[in-house]
Design a protein around this ligand. Sequence first.
Ligand code: ZN
Length: 275
Amino acid sequence: MVRKVLLIFALVQVVFGSDMAPWNYDDTMKWGDDYPFCDGNEQSPIDIKDAMEKEFDNLLSFSTNYMTCITGTLFNNGHTVQFNVDESEPSRLIFQGPLGSQPYKLLQFHLHWGSDSTKGSEHTLDGQAFPAEIHLVHVNASLDGPLGKRGDLAVVGLFIEVGENAKMAFQPLVEKLPSLKNKDDSTSITINMADILGGVEDFSKWTTYLGSLTTPGCNEIVTWINMEDPIKMAEEELKELRTLINSDKKPMVDNFRPPLELKDRKLYKNMPKAT
Ligand SMILES: [Zn+2]
């Protein structure tokens, strides 16, 4: 099992690796020059609108240990602040909904945010941007080859709006930010996922579509699940994120890719089964 986990982390490095041409958010339309997948037809993010209602066989589900404290490494990767789940942690799984019976294991989460609170999210909701967005990245638990095909990753995206978070969900993370100013700064942290996700009022309200990583190499391997209910972060906490420094030694702000066309894809909205 340990070998399997190490293998998955090694394979994931191929896609999220650091041995890549430098890139930044100055002109995301040019990413395709170095990363051809970024010019593909199934790219993310998108504007979430006009979704077709669809009845899925089962509710999107989280393993019972999902909403508990998880230990990992929080670090500045030059583009965002990211939390990598420790390899020794028991698997936190999502399954059902658009994923069918295949479980996906939580690998990491990271954030995207704006230079001010009028922008920052990657997905937009009927044209509306949010101040930030969090991405919970999961890998197919039965992956046994290199990451690179449709269905290898499932990402749960949550919009973040400005407001008082009753659970103070982001406080432990925000408190660590002063020690994560520069690229490659890292620290150990324990995050309570129940607090992070506690603001979601209704877990049956989501849309889903087939898309890509929103950073180079833009691999089209992601089943996206975008929650409709935003979670909350205080303006002071967003300000704290904006003090981080990116790989160009500039303020780490506006680290979002603008929405791309849906093209021939379908965007589905979960329609809870009539009971
Ligand atoms: Zn992301």
